[in-house]
Ligand binder design. Structure first.
Ligand code: HEM
Length: 376
């Protein structure tokens, strides 16, 4: 229920132990006026400071204000604790230059080279209406009402300058980002996040997650990270009729304990040379085989959430995993792993339906700082 510190070298919500709930929102900026946009970013930062501390979005509050004016908070979080709320902002490639090539805010020269649209991948079934975006905010909290309240108030404060392009709720974390957390399960019923990068492994975070001064053309992004989101529909009906053995061989781990095939405990090392009955225990087409750093040559910080968005109109649940990954460079992070997953046995059971990439600036330093100050 406690508050997570809003200021710091890095933004909260990246290596912060993954909270239980997500409300993710991507915005289109609807103005061409740089000052208007800066004004919203400042107002958002002030509101985010307050809301992450468990307070109302505005200084007056939901019910203390003037009778004949709209309140400066919408009220649905009155009485709720901070619930570990984090608000993490990212800037998409189209903020710097629109799809039509227009540099609306004089930012194109400031665009870091790695911030470009992701390449197409085999099997992609992306819906442009729920992909991309000029700005994103990832709200994570242990109470869904707190996450939704935060996003809703930021949307309200941005009215006339930004509009919601798409948004995604996540009801349960599918990853752990700290060694202190239990590993949750995804909708395939498997433990997810076992071999994730963890907050405690700072050497790996410096190598794979945080952008440094030396990284291409992005001084304002130093200490930040790139965010990739993929809405991945999980075809749970065929999955649910596959055998337990097939499920194990698809993932490369056992469903019960989460141990790598051929091992006993969840955190036993993944050993691709291990044989059982004259065969490699972990199939070469399994998800873990192909995603593991030994074969992908890289690592990413995963922070995804399960979703169920009603039905697909064909008698099936529209369910899946809203995949979120943080990395130092999308090309040597998500893109490299995803290319390596081309022959993943799991592909039979999943479809990527949305995609986005954002550059998340470093943390808010002090009371005068605001989201994007070093960029604008
Ligand atoms: C590992 C599930 C998509 C990258 C795992 C594990 C599971 C899993 C159960 C094993 C536990 C663990 O170590 O965390 C899923 C499901 C997905 C999905 C259900 C889609 C619905 C992806 C995507 C990527 C990815 C799109 C990246 C492109 C990884 C990586 C690991 C992993 C890097 C760790 C492998 C290791 O180091 O051993 N995933 N995954 N996953 N997954 Fe996924």
């Amino acid at each position: 229920d406690d508050a997570v510190e809003f200021t710091g070298a890095h933004q909260a919500g990246i290596v912060t132990p993954a909270q239980d709930r997500l409300h993710f929102v991507a915005f289109d900026v609807t103005t061409d006026d740089r000052d208007e946009l800066v004004e919203v970013l400042k107002n958002w930062t002030a509101a985010a400071r307050r809301m992450t501390a468990g307070r109302d979005a505005g200084p007056v509050g939901a019910v203390e204000g003037e009778r004949f004016a709209p309140p400066d908070d919408t009220g649905e979080a009155i009485g709720l604790p901070p619930s570990g709320l984090t608000l993490t902002i990212g800037f998409g490639p189209t903020l710097f230059r629109t799809a039509e090539g227009v540099d609306r805010f004089g930012l194109d020269a400031r665009r870091p080279a790695p911030l470009t649209d992701l390449p197409a991948f085999a099997g992609d079934q992306l819906d442009p209406a729920i992909s991309g975006g000029d700005i994103c905010i990832q709200a994570c909290a242990n109470d869904p009402q707190v996450a939704v309240h935060a996003v809703r108030n930021l949307v309200r404060l941005g009215a006339g300058v930004v509009s919601v392009r798409w948004s995604q709720l996540g009801f349960g974390r599918t990853s752990s980002t700290s060694t202190g957390q239990d590993t949750p399960r995804n909708l395939f019923g498997f433990k997810d996040g076992t071999n994730n990068l963890k907050a405690e492994n700072e050497t790996a975070l410096d190598r794979f997650v945080w952008v440094t001064d030396d990284d291409s053309g992005a001084d304002w992004l130093s200490g930040g990270s790139y965010l990739v989101t993929r809405r991945i529909r999980m075809l749970i009906e065929p999955w649910d009729t596959s055998t337990l053995d097939e499920q194990h061989r698809t993932i490369g781990r056992t469903k019960g304990t989460g141990a790598p095939l051929g091992q006993r405990e969840e955190f036993d090392p993944v050993d691709f040379r291990k044989q059982v009955d004259g065969e490699f225990a972990i199939p070469e087409t399994s998800h873990v085989f192909l995603a593991n750093p030994t074969n992908s040559g890289t690592a990413i910080l995963r922070r995804g959430y399960s979703f169920v968005d009603g039905s697909d109109g064909l008698g099936r649940l529209d369910a899946g995993l809203f995949f979120i990954a943080y990395q130092r460079d999308p090309e040597t992070g998500f893109v490299q792993v995803q290319r390596n997953l081309r022959l993943d046995a799991m592909n039979e059971y999943i479809r990527h339906t949305s995609s986005a990439v954002f550059a998340c600036p470093p943390g808010i330093r002090d009371d005068a700082d605001w989201w994007g100050r070093a960029l604008f």
